[in-house]
Design a protein around this ligand. Structure first.
Ligand code: PFF
Length: 448
Protein backbone atom coordinates (compact mmCIF):
# COMPACT_ATOMS: atom_id res chain seq x y z
CA UNK A 1 0.00 0.00 0.00
CA UNK A 2 1.42 3.39 -0.84
CA UNK A 3 1.96 5.82 2.02
CA UNK A 4 1.26 9.56 2.15
CA UNK A 5 3.40 11.01 -0.66
CA UNK A 6 6.20 13.41 0.16
CA UNK A 7 5.97 17.16 -0.49
CA UNK A 8 8.28 20.11 -1.02
CA UNK A 9 8.66 22.16 2.16
CA UNK A 10 8.42 25.47 0.31
CA UNK A 11 7.65 27.00 -3.05
CA UNK A 12 11.21 28.27 -3.34
CA UNK A 13 12.47 24.77 -2.65
CA UNK A 14 10.43 23.46 -5.58
CA UNK A 15 11.53 26.24 -7.93
CA UNK A 16 15.19 25.72 -7.10
CA UNK A 17 14.91 21.95 -7.48
CA UNK A 18 13.07 22.23 -10.81
CA UNK A 19 15.47 24.92 -12.04
CA UNK A 20 18.27 22.67 -10.80
CA UNK A 21 16.93 19.87 -12.97
CA UNK A 22 16.67 22.18 -15.96
CA UNK A 23 20.00 23.97 -15.62
CA UNK A 24 22.78 21.52 -16.20
CA UNK A 25 25.09 20.19 -18.84
CA UNK A 26 22.48 21.19 -21.42
CA UNK A 27 22.83 24.91 -20.89
CA UNK A 28 26.46 25.05 -19.86
CA UNK A 29 28.16 22.33 -21.88
CA UNK A 30 25.96 21.24 -24.80
CA UNK A 31 24.43 24.54 -25.82
CA UNK A 32 27.72 26.40 -26.32
CA UNK A 33 29.30 23.71 -28.46
CA UNK A 34 26.11 22.91 -30.38
CA UNK A 35 25.64 26.61 -31.08
CA UNK A 36 29.35 26.82 -31.91
CA UNK A 37 29.06 24.04 -34.49
CA UNK A 38 25.81 25.36 -35.94
CA UNK A 39 26.54 28.96 -36.61
CA UNK A 40 26.24 30.63 -33.21
CA UNK A 41 23.57 33.32 -32.98
CA UNK A 42 21.04 31.85 -35.42
CA UNK A 43 21.00 28.58 -33.53
CA UNK A 44 20.66 30.41 -30.26
CA UNK A 45 17.75 32.43 -31.56
CA UNK A 46 15.87 29.33 -32.71
CA UNK A 47 16.62 27.74 -29.35
CA UNK A 48 15.11 30.73 -27.51
CA UNK A 49 11.97 30.61 -29.69
CA UNK A 50 11.60 26.89 -29.01
CA UNK A 51 12.08 27.50 -25.31
CA UNK A 52 9.32 30.10 -25.19
CA UNK A 53 6.72 28.78 -27.64
CA UNK A 54 7.15 25.04 -27.21
CA UNK A 55 9.05 24.57 -23.95
CA UNK A 56 7.01 26.84 -21.74
CA UNK A 57 3.59 25.39 -22.75
CA UNK A 58 4.90 21.87 -22.32
CA UNK A 59 6.42 22.62 -18.96
CA UNK A 60 3.08 23.92 -17.76
CA UNK A 61 1.41 20.79 -19.13
CA UNK A 62 3.81 18.53 -17.21
CA UNK A 63 3.30 20.58 -14.05
CA UNK A 64 -0.47 20.32 -14.42
CA UNK A 65 -0.41 16.55 -14.91
CA UNK A 66 1.87 16.11 -11.89
CA UNK A 67 0.02 18.30 -9.47
CA UNK A 68 -3.43 17.20 -10.57
CA UNK A 69 -2.68 13.54 -9.99
CA UNK A 70 -0.09 13.84 -7.19
CA UNK A 71 1.42 10.69 -8.62
CA UNK A 72 4.81 9.76 -10.08
CA UNK A 73 5.37 9.59 -13.81
CA UNK A 74 3.77 6.24 -14.66
CA UNK A 75 0.79 6.30 -12.26
CA UNK A 76 0.02 9.90 -13.22
CA UNK A 77 -0.96 8.83 -16.75
CA UNK A 78 -2.72 5.73 -15.39
CA UNK A 79 -4.82 7.91 -13.09
CA UNK A 80 -5.86 10.22 -15.90
CA UNK A 81 -6.40 7.54 -18.53
CA UNK A 82 -7.13 4.25 -16.77
CA UNK A 83 -7.24 1.03 -18.78
CA UNK A 84 -5.32 2.49 -21.68
CA UNK A 85 -1.80 2.45 -23.01
CA UNK A 86 -1.09 6.09 -22.20
CA UNK A 87 0.97 5.14 -19.14
CA UNK A 88 3.64 4.18 -21.68
CA UNK A 89 4.50 7.88 -21.81
CA UNK A 90 5.63 7.50 -18.20
CA UNK A 91 7.45 4.26 -18.91
CA UNK A 92 9.19 5.83 -21.89
CA UNK A 93 10.21 8.72 -19.63
CA UNK A 94 11.59 6.46 -16.93
CA UNK A 95 13.54 4.47 -19.52
CA UNK A 96 14.89 7.66 -21.07
CA UNK A 97 15.91 8.98 -17.64
CA UNK A 98 17.72 5.71 -16.95
CA UNK A 99 19.69 5.95 -20.17
CA UNK A 100 20.25 9.68 -19.89
CA UNK A 101 21.63 9.49 -16.36
CA UNK A 102 23.95 6.66 -17.38
CA UNK A 103 25.96 8.96 -19.66
CA UNK A 104 25.20 12.20 -17.83
CA UNK A 105 27.03 10.69 -14.89
CA UNK A 106 30.04 9.96 -17.09
CA UNK A 107 30.41 13.67 -17.81
CA UNK A 108 29.75 14.27 -14.11
CA UNK A 109 32.74 12.01 -13.49
CA UNK A 110 34.98 14.02 -15.84
CA UNK A 111 33.98 17.11 -13.87
CA UNK A 112 34.95 15.42 -10.62
CA UNK A 113 38.36 14.54 -12.11
CA UNK A 114 38.87 18.10 -13.35
CA UNK A 115 37.95 19.47 -9.97
CA UNK A 116 40.51 17.32 -8.20
CA UNK A 117 43.14 18.25 -10.78
CA UNK A 118 42.32 21.96 -10.61
CA UNK A 119 42.52 21.99 -6.83
CA UNK A 120 45.78 20.08 -6.81
CA UNK A 121 47.32 22.54 -9.27
CA UNK A 122 47.84 20.12 -12.17
CA UNK A 123 46.78 22.66 -14.76
CA UNK A 124 49.48 25.11 -13.84
CA UNK A 125 51.82 25.93 -16.70
CA UNK A 126 50.14 23.82 -19.41
CA UNK A 127 49.71 25.22 -22.92
CA UNK A 128 46.74 24.46 -25.16
CA UNK A 129 48.33 21.27 -26.43
CA UNK A 130 48.90 20.28 -22.83
CA UNK A 131 45.20 20.66 -22.13
CA UNK A 132 44.31 18.61 -25.16
CA UNK A 133 46.62 15.85 -23.96
CA UNK A 134 45.15 16.15 -20.50
CA UNK A 135 41.62 15.54 -21.81
CA UNK A 136 42.82 12.57 -23.88
CA UNK A 137 44.68 11.16 -20.89
CA UNK A 138 41.60 11.46 -18.72
CA UNK A 139 39.19 9.87 -21.20
CA UNK A 140 41.64 7.12 -22.12
CA UNK A 141 42.26 6.13 -18.54
CA UNK A 142 39.52 3.53 -18.09
CA UNK A 143 39.90 3.07 -14.36
CA UNK A 144 39.97 6.77 -13.72
CA UNK A 145 36.80 7.54 -15.69
CA UNK A 146 34.99 4.57 -14.19
CA UNK A 147 35.97 5.53 -10.66
CA UNK A 148 34.88 9.12 -11.23
CA UNK A 149 31.61 8.00 -12.86
CA UNK A 150 31.05 5.84 -9.76
CA UNK A 151 31.84 8.71 -7.37
CA UNK A 152 29.39 10.99 -9.18
CA UNK A 153 26.68 8.34 -9.06
CA UNK A 154 27.25 7.76 -5.34
CA UNK A 155 26.88 11.50 -4.66
CA UNK A 156 23.58 11.45 -6.56
CA UNK A 157 22.31 8.37 -4.72
CA UNK A 158 23.25 9.81 -1.32
CA UNK A 159 21.07 12.84 -1.94
CA UNK A 160 18.11 11.10 -3.56
CA UNK A 161 17.90 8.41 -0.89
CA UNK A 162 17.32 11.23 1.64
CA UNK A 163 13.95 12.03 0.06
CA UNK A 164 12.33 15.16 -1.30
CA UNK A 165 12.74 17.58 1.60
CA UNK A 166 15.74 16.15 3.38
CA UNK A 167 17.60 15.11 0.27
CA UNK A 168 16.86 17.00 -2.93
CA UNK A 169 15.41 20.21 -1.50
CA UNK A 170 18.06 20.58 1.16
CA UNK A 171 20.90 20.22 -1.37
CA UNK A 172 19.49 22.31 -4.19
CA UNK A 173 18.65 25.16 -1.84
CA UNK A 174 22.31 26.05 -1.41
CA UNK A 175 23.80 24.62 -4.59
CA UNK A 176 21.66 26.69 -6.97
CA UNK A 177 22.26 30.13 -5.38
CA UNK A 178 25.99 29.32 -5.20
CA UNK A 179 25.91 28.42 -8.87
CA UNK A 180 24.30 31.75 -9.81
CA UNK A 181 26.87 33.77 -7.88
CA UNK A 182 29.84 31.85 -9.29
CA UNK A 183 28.47 32.20 -12.80
CA UNK A 184 28.20 35.94 -12.52
CA UNK A 185 31.80 36.19 -11.32
CA UNK A 186 32.98 34.12 -14.29
CA UNK A 187 30.97 36.11 -16.83
CA UNK A 188 32.31 39.41 -15.55
CA UNK A 189 35.83 38.04 -15.96
CA UNK A 190 35.14 36.71 -19.44
CA UNK A 191 33.43 39.74 -20.97
CA UNK A 192 36.11 42.09 -19.70
CA UNK A 193 38.90 40.26 -21.55
CA UNK A 194 40.54 42.03 -24.48
CA UNK A 195 38.82 41.04 -27.71
CA UNK A 196 35.75 39.68 -25.96
CA UNK A 197 33.46 41.51 -28.40
CA UNK A 198 34.13 39.04 -31.20
CA UNK A 199 32.82 36.20 -29.06
CA UNK A 200 29.80 38.18 -27.95
CA UNK A 201 29.02 38.98 -31.59
CA UNK A 202 29.39 35.33 -32.61
CA UNK A 203 26.96 34.31 -29.90
CA UNK A 204 24.35 36.96 -30.61
CA UNK A 205 24.66 37.68 -34.34
CA UNK A 206 22.26 35.40 -36.21
CA UNK A 207 23.75 34.10 -39.46
CA UNK A 208 20.78 32.27 -40.96
CA UNK A 209 22.78 30.69 -43.75
CA UNK A 210 23.70 27.97 -41.29
CA UNK A 211 20.15 26.93 -40.50
CA UNK A 212 18.67 23.77 -41.96
CA UNK A 213 16.20 21.11 -40.83
CA UNK A 214 18.82 19.21 -38.92
CA UNK A 215 19.85 22.32 -37.02
CA UNK A 216 16.24 23.11 -36.19
CA UNK A 217 15.72 19.61 -34.82
CA UNK A 218 18.87 20.05 -32.74
CA UNK A 219 17.56 23.35 -31.38
CA UNK A 220 14.26 21.69 -30.55
CA UNK A 221 16.00 18.76 -28.84
CA UNK A 222 18.24 21.22 -27.02
CA UNK A 223 15.24 23.21 -25.75
CA UNK A 224 13.50 20.09 -24.41
CA UNK A 225 16.76 18.79 -22.96
CA UNK A 226 17.46 22.11 -21.29
CA UNK A 227 14.05 22.23 -19.64
CA UNK A 228 14.10 18.52 -18.72
CA UNK A 229 10.96 18.00 -20.81
CA UNK A 230 9.43 15.01 -22.51
CA UNK A 231 10.44 12.41 -19.95
CA UNK A 232 8.01 13.38 -17.18
CA UNK A 233 10.66 14.47 -14.70
CA UNK A 234 8.67 17.66 -14.26
CA UNK A 235 5.48 15.62 -13.76
CA UNK A 236 7.23 13.83 -10.91
CA UNK A 237 8.63 17.00 -9.33
CA UNK A 238 5.30 18.81 -9.48
CA UNK A 239 3.48 15.85 -7.97
CA UNK A 240 5.12 16.87 -4.68
CA UNK A 241 3.53 20.34 -4.85
CA UNK A 242 0.77 21.67 -2.70
CA UNK A 243 -2.43 22.72 -4.43
CA UNK A 244 -1.97 26.37 -3.55
CA UNK A 245 1.24 26.86 -5.56
CA UNK A 246 1.10 28.99 -8.69
CA UNK A 247 1.91 26.70 -11.63
CA UNK A 248 2.14 29.24 -14.49
CA UNK A 249 4.35 31.51 -12.47
CA UNK A 250 6.61 28.61 -11.49
CA UNK A 251 6.88 27.55 -15.14
CA UNK A 252 7.79 31.10 -16.18
CA UNK A 253 10.42 31.33 -13.43
CA UNK A 254 12.05 28.10 -14.53
CA UNK A 255 12.12 29.01 -18.21
CA UNK A 256 13.52 32.46 -17.34
CA UNK A 257 16.23 31.02 -15.10
CA UNK A 258 17.20 28.50 -17.76
CA UNK A 259 17.35 31.18 -20.41
CA UNK A 260 19.35 33.42 -18.13
CA UNK A 261 21.91 30.71 -17.44
CA UNK A 262 22.06 29.78 -21.14
CA UNK A 263 22.95 33.38 -21.94
CA UNK A 264 25.48 33.50 -19.12
CA UNK A 265 27.05 30.28 -20.41
CA UNK A 266 27.46 31.77 -23.88
CA UNK A 267 28.83 34.97 -22.38
CA UNK A 268 31.26 33.06 -20.21
CA UNK A 269 32.56 30.83 -22.96
CA UNK A 270 32.59 32.56 -26.36
CA UNK A 271 34.36 35.81 -25.42
CA UNK A 272 37.06 33.80 -23.70
CA UNK A 273 37.38 31.43 -26.66
CA UNK A 274 37.71 34.22 -29.21
CA UNK A 275 39.83 36.43 -27.05
CA UNK A 276 42.49 33.74 -26.90
CA UNK A 277 42.24 32.66 -30.52
CA UNK A 278 40.46 29.31 -30.25
CA UNK A 279 37.79 27.95 -32.58
CA UNK A 280 34.20 27.91 -31.28
CA UNK A 281 33.56 24.67 -33.17
CA UNK A 282 35.65 22.50 -30.89
CA UNK A 283 32.72 20.16 -30.14
CA UNK A 284 32.10 18.35 -26.85
CA UNK A 285 35.56 19.00 -25.38
CA UNK A 286 35.01 22.77 -25.71
CA UNK A 287 34.76 23.33 -22.00
CA UNK A 288 37.24 20.63 -21.07
CA UNK A 289 40.07 21.66 -23.38
CA UNK A 290 39.47 25.21 -24.44
CA UNK A 291 38.29 26.62 -21.16
CA UNK A 292 41.15 25.47 -18.96
CA UNK A 293 43.52 26.87 -21.59
CA UNK A 294 41.61 30.10 -21.62
CA UNK A 295 41.63 30.40 -17.87
CA UNK A 296 45.29 29.51 -17.59
CA UNK A 297 46.15 32.66 -19.52
CA UNK A 298 44.28 34.93 -17.15
CA UNK A 299 45.34 36.49 -13.92
CA UNK A 300 44.00 34.24 -11.16
CA UNK A 301 43.00 31.84 -13.92
CA UNK A 302 43.40 28.76 -11.72
CA UNK A 303 41.00 30.20 -9.22
CA UNK A 304 38.44 31.11 -11.89
CA UNK A 305 38.70 27.71 -13.49
CA UNK A 306 38.20 25.97 -10.16
CA UNK A 307 35.12 28.12 -9.50
CA UNK A 308 33.81 27.25 -12.94
CA UNK A 309 34.27 23.54 -12.33
CA UNK A 310 32.49 23.79 -8.99
CA UNK A 311 29.52 25.51 -10.57
CA UNK A 312 29.45 22.93 -13.34
CA UNK A 313 29.49 20.14 -10.77
CA UNK A 314 26.54 21.68 -8.91
CA UNK A 315 24.59 22.16 -12.13
CA UNK A 316 25.23 18.56 -13.15
CA UNK A 317 24.40 17.09 -9.76
CA UNK A 318 21.09 18.94 -9.40
CA UNK A 319 20.00 17.61 -12.81
CA UNK A 320 21.15 14.11 -11.92
CA UNK A 321 19.01 14.20 -8.75
CA UNK A 322 15.88 14.68 -10.85
CA UNK A 323 16.80 11.87 -13.22
CA UNK A 324 17.34 9.39 -10.42
CA UNK A 325 14.24 10.68 -8.63
CA UNK A 326 11.87 9.87 -11.49
CA UNK A 327 13.22 6.33 -11.65
CA UNK A 328 13.07 5.85 -7.87
CA UNK A 329 9.60 7.37 -7.53
CA UNK A 330 8.19 5.19 -10.27
CA UNK A 331 9.59 2.02 -8.68
CA UNK A 332 8.60 2.85 -5.08
CA UNK A 333 5.22 4.22 -6.21
CA UNK A 334 5.73 7.06 -3.73
CA UNK A 335 6.28 4.74 -0.78
CA UNK A 336 8.99 6.51 1.27
CA UNK A 337 9.91 3.34 3.14
CA UNK A 338 11.32 1.77 0.00
CA UNK A 339 13.19 4.85 -1.16
CA UNK A 340 16.62 4.13 0.30
CA UNK A 341 16.95 0.62 -1.02
CA UNK A 342 15.51 1.45 -4.43
CA UNK A 343 17.77 4.52 -4.79
CA UNK A 344 20.85 2.36 -4.25
CA UNK A 345 19.73 -0.45 -6.53
CA UNK A 346 18.62 1.82 -9.38
CA UNK A 347 21.64 4.08 -8.99
CA UNK A 348 24.04 1.16 -9.23
CA UNK A 349 22.20 -0.28 -12.23
CA UNK A 350 22.44 3.08 -13.96
CA UNK A 351 26.14 3.19 -13.14
CA UNK A 352 26.52 -0.22 -14.81
CA UNK A 353 24.67 0.89 -17.92
CA UNK A 354 27.00 3.90 -18.09
CA UNK A 355 30.17 1.77 -18.23
CA UNK A 356 30.23 1.44 -22.05
CA UNK A 357 29.60 5.18 -22.36
CA UNK A 358 32.41 5.91 -19.93
CA UNK A 359 34.82 3.78 -21.95
CA UNK A 360 33.57 4.80 -25.37
CA UNK A 361 35.14 8.24 -25.45
CA UNK A 362 38.71 7.08 -25.46
CA UNK A 363 38.98 3.31 -25.30
CA UNK A 364 36.18 1.48 -27.11
CA UNK A 365 35.85 1.86 -30.88
CA UNK A 366 32.90 3.66 -32.47
CA UNK A 367 29.85 1.52 -33.09
CA UNK A 368 29.64 -0.10 -36.50
CA UNK A 369 26.96 1.05 -38.98
CA UNK A 370 25.93 4.20 -37.12
CA UNK A 371 29.51 5.42 -36.78
CA UNK A 372 29.02 6.98 -33.35
CA UNK A 373 30.49 6.18 -29.99
CA UNK A 374 28.22 4.44 -27.48
CA UNK A 375 28.11 7.71 -25.59
CA UNK A 376 27.25 9.70 -28.73
CA UNK A 377 24.59 7.22 -29.78
CA UNK A 378 22.95 7.24 -26.33
CA UNK A 379 22.93 11.03 -26.35
CA UNK A 380 21.48 11.13 -29.86
CA UNK A 381 18.76 8.63 -28.96
CA UNK A 382 17.74 10.53 -25.82
CA UNK A 383 18.07 14.13 -27.01
CA UNK A 384 16.87 13.86 -30.59
CA UNK A 385 14.41 11.00 -30.42
CA UNK A 386 13.12 10.04 -26.96
CA UNK A 387 12.71 13.57 -25.61
CA UNK A 388 10.93 15.02 -28.67
CA UNK A 389 8.73 11.90 -29.01
CA UNK A 390 7.88 12.07 -25.30
CA UNK A 391 7.10 15.76 -25.63
CA UNK A 392 4.89 15.07 -28.65
CA UNK A 393 2.95 12.41 -26.74
CA UNK A 394 2.48 14.68 -23.72
CA UNK A 395 1.22 17.48 -25.99
CA UNK A 396 -1.29 15.07 -27.56
CA UNK A 397 -2.27 13.43 -24.28
CA UNK A 398 -3.00 16.53 -22.21
CA UNK A 399 -5.81 18.11 -24.25
CA UNK A 400 -7.14 14.70 -25.27
CA UNK A 401 -7.40 13.06 -21.89
CA UNK A 402 -8.02 15.97 -19.50
CA UNK A 403 -11.19 17.99 -20.03
CA UNK A 404 -10.50 21.59 -20.96
CA UNK A 405 -12.39 22.92 -17.94
CA UNK A 406 -10.57 20.55 -15.61
CA UNK A 407 -7.27 21.78 -16.97
CA UNK A 408 -8.31 25.35 -16.39
CA UNK A 409 -9.46 24.61 -12.84
CA UNK A 410 -6.23 22.82 -12.00
CA UNK A 411 -4.02 25.56 -13.40
CA UNK A 412 -6.08 28.22 -11.69
CA UNK A 413 -5.53 26.73 -8.25
CA UNK A 414 -3.17 29.16 -6.56
CA UNK A 415 -2.86 31.28 -9.69
CA UNK A 416 -4.62 34.22 -11.26
CA UNK A 417 -4.29 32.72 -14.73
CA UNK A 418 -6.83 34.45 -17.00
CA UNK A 419 -9.10 32.52 -19.29
CA UNK A 420 -7.62 34.30 -22.31
CA UNK A 421 -4.06 33.36 -21.40
CA UNK A 422 -5.27 29.86 -20.78
CA UNK A 423 -6.75 29.72 -24.30
CA UNK A 424 -3.42 30.79 -25.80
CA UNK A 425 -1.59 28.14 -23.80
CA UNK A 426 -4.15 25.51 -24.84
CA UNK A 427 -3.82 26.46 -28.49
CA UNK A 428 -0.03 26.34 -28.40
CA UNK A 429 -0.06 22.97 -26.66
CA UNK A 430 -2.73 21.36 -28.78
CA UNK A 431 -1.69 22.59 -32.22
CA UNK A 432 1.62 24.39 -32.38
CA UNK A 433 3.74 22.06 -30.23
CA UNK A 434 2.79 18.78 -32.00
CA UNK A 435 2.94 20.31 -35.47
CA UNK A 436 6.35 21.88 -34.78
CA UNK A 437 7.77 18.63 -33.45
CA UNK A 438 6.41 16.64 -36.41
CA UNK A 439 7.71 19.16 -38.94
CA UNK A 440 11.14 19.16 -37.34
CA UNK A 441 11.24 15.35 -37.51
CA UNK A 442 10.05 15.15 -41.09
CA UNK A 443 12.50 17.79 -42.12
CA UNK A 444 15.40 16.17 -40.33
CA UNK A 445 14.81 12.82 -42.04
CA UNK A 446 14.53 14.57 -45.38
CA UNK A 447 10.81 14.12 -46.12
CA UNK A 448 10.05 17.83 -46.33
N1 PFF B 1 18.04 19.65 -18.15
C1 PFF B 1 19.27 18.95 -17.97
C2 PFF B 1 20.37 19.72 -18.63
O1 PFF B 1 20.09 20.65 -19.37
O2 PFF B 1 21.52 19.37 -18.46
C3 PFF B 1 19.24 17.55 -18.50
C4 PFF B 1 18.02 16.80 -18.15
C5 PFF B 1 17.73 16.53 -16.83
C6 PFF B 1 17.18 16.40 -19.16
C7 PFF B 1 16.58 15.87 -16.51
C8 PFF B 1 16.02 15.73 -18.86
C9 PFF B 1 15.74 15.49 -17.54
F1 PFF B 1 14.64 14.87 -17.27
Amino acid sequence: MSKQPEQWASKLGFILAAAGSAIGLGAIWKLPFTAGENGGGAFFLVFVLMLLFLGLPLLLAEFTIGRKTQREAISAYRTLAPDSNWHWIGKLGVGAAFLLLSFYSVVGGWIVIYLVQAISGQFVGLDSEGFENMFAQVTQNGWLVLTAHFVFMIMTILVVQGGIQKGIERSTRWMMPTLFVLFIIIVIRSVTLDGAMEGIAFFFYPDFSNLDGQTILYALGQAFFSLSLGISVMVTYSSYLKKEEDLPRSAISIVSLTLFISILAGLAIFPAVFSLGFEPTEGPPLIFIVLPAVFSEMVFGQLFFTLFIILLLFATLTSAFSLLEIVVASVTKNNPEKRKKVAWICGLLIFTLGIPSALSEGILPTLPVIGMTFFGASDFLVSNILLPVGALLIAIFTPLKIKKDDLFTEIQHGSSFKRRTFEIWYFLLKYIVPVAILLAFLNAIGII
